[in-house]
Design a protein around this ligand. Structure first.
Ligand SMILES: N[C@@H](CCC(=O)N[C@@H](CS)C(=O)NCC(=O)O)C(=O)O
Length: 198
C-alpha cells in the first residue's frame, strides 16, 4: 500500500537571522509542521530566489504555492491570525525593525563605519532599549503578563544587541530587560528553534 505523502510548507531560514528566529519561534510555539531549509546567505539557492527575488530569509512556501516573504507575515500565518499584532504592537515593531535594527547593524559592524565610534551607534539603539525597559519594569512581557508573539518578534534583535558587548549590557541600567532576555534565552522554545538542523 502506498502512503499518501502530505506536502509540508517549506521554510527557508538562516539559523542566526533575527527575522528567521522570530518566525521559527512562532511556528514552533503554535506546533505547526514545516520543512526547514537552512540557507547559506552567501550562496542562496535558486529556488529561494525564484520564490522571492529580494532574496531575504525567512521565506515560507505553502503547499498551494503561496509565498510569504516577510517574517511578521509568517508569524501571523503560524498563529492563524491575520491581526496578530494590534496598532500599538505594530508601532513598537516598526521601531524595532526600523531605527533599532539600523543602530544594531552599525553598532555590530562599527569597524566598517569608522565615521563614529561604536558607542555612538550603541547610543542610537539605547533609545529603544529604554522604551522596552519602561514597559518591562511594570509587566513581565511586552504584551502584558503573558509572553507571546510580540516578545518573539523583538527578543532576537535585543539578543544580538546585547551580544555585541556583553559586559556593557550586563552593567547597563536595564534590569527588567536583562531579566526578560535571560528568561527567553533559557526558554525551551528559544532553545528548540536554535538547535542546529541536521
Ligand atoms: N523584512 C524582512 C527582512 C529579512 C532580512 O533582512 N533577513 C536578512 C537576514 S537576517 C537577509 O536575508 N538578508 C539578505 C542577505 O544577507 O543577503 C523580514 O521581516 O523577513
Amino acid at each position: 500500500m502506498t502512503q499518501a505523502c502530505t506536502e509540508l510548507p517549506i521554510l527557508y531560514t538562516f539559523r542566526r537571522c533575527p527575522y528567521a528566529i522570530r518566525a521559527r519561534m512562532a511556528i514552533a510555539a503554535h506546533g505547526v509542521a514545516v520543512t526547514q531549509v537552512e540557507v547559506a546567505l552567501k550562496s542562496k539557492p535558486a529556488e529561494l530566489l525564484a520564490l522571492s527575488p529580494k532574496g531575504t530569509v525567512p521565506v515560507l512556501r505553502l503547499p498551494n504555492g503561496a509565498v510569504l516573504a516577510q517574517s511578521l507575515e509568517i508569524m501571523a500565518w503560524a498563529a492563524g491570525d491575520a491581526d496578530l499584532f494590534d496598532a500599538d504592537a505594530l508601532e513598537l515593531l516598526g521601531e524595532n525593525d526600523g531605527s533599532f535594527k539600523q543602530a544594531l547593524d552599525l553598532y555590530k559592524y562599527a569597524q566598517r563605519h569608522p565615521e563614529f565610534p561604536a558607542w555612538v551607534y550603541r547610543q542610537r539603539g539605547v533609545v529603544f532599549l529604554v522604551r522596552l525597559e519602561r514597559i518591562l519594569a511594570v509587566q513581565l512581557f511586552l504584551a502584558g503578563d503573558e509572553g507571546g508573539a510580540l516578545d518573539w518578534a523583538i527578543m532576537p534583535f535585543v539578543r544580538q544587541f546585547a551580544g555585541v558587548d556583553a559586559d556593557w549590557f550586563g552593567a547597563a541600567p536595564f534590569p527588567a530587560l536583562r531579566e526578560w532576555l535571560a528568561r527567553w534565552q533559557a526558554s525551551p522554545l528559544f532553545l528548540a528553534v536554535m538547535a542546529r538542523v541536521a
